[in-house]
Design a protein around this ligand. Structure first.
Ligand code: ATP
Ligand code: MG
Length: 348
């Protein structure tokens, strides 16, 4: 870990969607393409996080490999030796450190985590059995802190929903550093992270059907979610059916016109244009249908290209790369874990 570490992970509980792609995957891949020599870049599958909410267990392993292939289809240069792909469950130090951090994390701190509140509420709304709201869901931010701290990750591209968890990781690292001496490199404050990735704030793409909610992999209905594996036609159809409003004029107004504002946001990402440019083109127009058609066509083109890349990704090259990287990551992670084990009195 001689170089600053940039790291992110995407749960493999389902296919990825455009929020995952633009919120976490693309910023990391762009760094990997443009600046890889300056950084160590870790893009992993947090497969242990994948079943904090109910999941199809027999399909999980296959989904994990599928998502790794998506990373490559999205442009990750896996031949670059500064880049590492791995499965969280192949590096036992993640779970080990989690237990130790658990014992320094207050119950009330975890109770404040909005992702837990939102996700457990969703499970209740879906009338899931209350036993499906698990301790794993409750303390996943601790596992996430381990994911970052084991490698001394400073820059972590994530969507806006994860801001609170980065702040928690900084907090626990700082507290343990002041109690036991310098154990951890702290993730950078969230505002610095945004600057680093050239953003004003964290990204939160909304569900097309319910644009108050964030687009999520684990939503019960997939009508409002643009999955990377959707057929181009069905993605376009989802956009054409997106919830809008009755104002009859396109505005950038997340409070009063969340559906339209979300479509403008998605368009700006797909076109790689600033929100300002997209707003200049569309604000004031009255045809929601035209806006939907523009977004629908762009998403269809985007998926055609991505899925074509996907069909060319060779799974064997990924499996070979996992083998090398997982060995290396075990060495790095164990070094940090050993420091912590000594500090808390588990080792001489
Ligand atoms: P789930 O609902 O099952 O948790 P998810 O869509 O939240 O799925 P994660 O695997 O939890 O996906 O998150 C992977 C990354 O994608 C995280 O960095 C997260 O912040 C980011 N992300 C998730 N949803 C969005 C979104 N709607 N907009 C932007 N970024 C997002
Ligand atoms: Mg999530």
């Amino acid at each position: 870990m001689d170089k600053p570490v940039i790291l992110t992970g995407l749960r493999s509980n389902n296919d990825l969607h455009i929020g995952n792609y633009f919120g976490a995957l693309l910023p990391l891949i762009e760094m990997a393409k443009n600046n890889s020599g300056k950084y160590q870049i870790n893009l992993f599958v947090p497969d242990l996080h994948s079943f904090t909410t109910p999941v199809d267990h027999p399909g999980l392993y296959k989904q994990t490999l599928h998502n790794l292939r998506l990373y490559v289809a999205a442009g990750l240069p896996i031949d670059d030796t500064n880049i590492h792909i791995y499965r969280q469950s192949a590096i036992p130090a993640h779970s080990e450190l989690t237990w130790i951090l658990d014992c320094f994390t207050s119950y009330s701190m975890m109770q404040r985590m909005t992702q837990f509140k939102d996700k457990s509420k969703n499970l209740i709304d879906e009338q899931a059995n209350s036993s499906e709201i698990t301790v794993g869901l409750f303390n996943y931010p601790v596992l996430m802190a381990s994911d970052m701290l084991l490698y001394g990750a400073q820059y972590i591209p994530v969507g806006d929903d994860q801001t609170q968890h980065i702040e928690y990781a900084r907090d626990i690292a700082e507290r343990l550093n002041s109690k036991f001496g310098d154990l951890f490199v702290l993730p950078k404050p969230v505002s610095e992270q945004h600057k680093f990735f050239g953003r004003e704030q964290g990204l939160r793409i909304k569900d097309l059907v319910n644009p108050i909610k964030k687009m999520s992999k684990s939503t019960e209905s997939d009508k409002g979610v643009l999955f990377l594996g959707d057929s181009p036609q069905s993605a376009k159809a989802k956009v054409m059916a997106a919830t809008t409003d009755s104002y009859g004029r396109i505005n950038l107004d997340a409070d009063n016109q969340p559906g339209i504002t979300n479509l403008l946001q998605i368009l700006s990402l797909l076109k790689n244009e600033s929100m300002e440019d997209v707003a200049n083109e569309w604000v004031g127009k009255t045809s929601y249908g035209d806006l939907k058609t523009a977004v629908g066509d762009m998403i269809a083109d985007f998926l055609v290209k991505l899925q074509d890349n996907m069909s060319k990704v060779d799974e064997n090259s990924i499996i070979n790369r996992l083998e090398t990287d997982e060995k290396l990551m075990n060495l790095q992670a164990n070094e940090t874990l050993y420091k912590v084990q000594r500090a808390v009195g588990l080792r001489p």
